[in-house]
Design a protein around this ligand. Structure first.
Ligand code: HEM
Length: 214
């Protein structure tokens, strides 16, 4: 079994701060929204936790962005520009997750330091990190001080629209985390990818057809 250094330290620190923060945002967000259904924490505390963690994660996002923008590691986020190649790779990956994995087939994706994501991860992580996370943070900042940002809120269609976008994305993120954690457990052992996100090193099996990636 060889080891491949796949997750640099800044990515790992960003990722676990982000993951832990999202769990706290979800818990405090549920408490703020469904005051009658949950008694996880007092309402005022939930608002404060939500605001503080929100701003910490916005700062954390810029650490992630700067790391990728100012190093050659940005290559891991470069999209496949040939649609035919991209759709073939996505289809192979979907076949593996939906069918092949249950027969013990090898994972069709073999990661390298600059090509660590399979076709599905590559697309999903781009949508999450470059579109959905920024929209969620931006709508959160607008809702944080509705008086100060009244004109911007009006520009985007009013409080109802901004609030609905924030809540809909919250639902998307809850779904994403469930699917993400499930897919992350499909390494050569259930904990392999979690360990890799802690140590930075992914195990690469020696046999040419062994399962090697998410
Ligand atoms: C809550 C628990 C979470 C766990 C246990 C978890 C676990 C993992 C693991 C094991 C990996 C490495 C395998 C892979 O590349 O898929 C990973 C990567 C990643 N996760 Fe998570 N994750 C969590 C939450 C999140 C959240 C909330 C987000 C974003 C909103 C997120 C975004 C990402 C991204 C973008 C990567 C690729 C990072 C990179 O290498 O640039 N994760 N996650």
């Amino acid at each position: 079994m060889n080891k491949l250094y796949i997750h640099p330290l800044p990515v790992r620190v960003w990722h676990w701060t982000n993951a832990f923060g999202f769990v706290l945002l979800i818990a405090s967000g549920l408490q703020i929204r469904y005051l009658d259904l949950f008694q996880l924490m007092p309402f005022q505390l939930a608002v404060q936790v939500h605001n503080w963690i929100g701003f910490i994660l916005i700062a954390n996002f810029f650490i992630w962005l700067s790391f990728y923008l100012f190093t050659d590691k940005i290559k891991v986020y470069h999209p496949e520009l040939s649609p035919v190649k991209y759709f073939r790779a996505s289809f192979r990956q979907m076949q593996f997750y939906g069918y092949g994995i249950f027969k013990g087939d090898p994972n069709p994706h073999h990661p390298t330091a600059y090509h660590k994501f399979n076709a599905l991860q590559s697309m999903l992580y781009q949508i999450i990190m470059m579109m959905l996370v920024p929209i969620q943070f931006f709508s959160g900042v607008l809702l944080w001080d509705v008086t100060r940002f009244a004109s911007l809120i009006d520009l985007f269609g009013g409080l109802r629209v901004v609030d609905s976008v924030h809540v809909l994305l919250f639902i998307v993120f809850v779904g994403f985390i469930v699917v993400h954690v499930y897919l992350a457990s499909l390494g050569h052992t259930p904990s392999a990818h979690f360990k890799a996100m802690i140590t930075g090193y992914e195990d690469i099996e020696d046999e040419p057809h062994a399962d090697r990636a998410v």
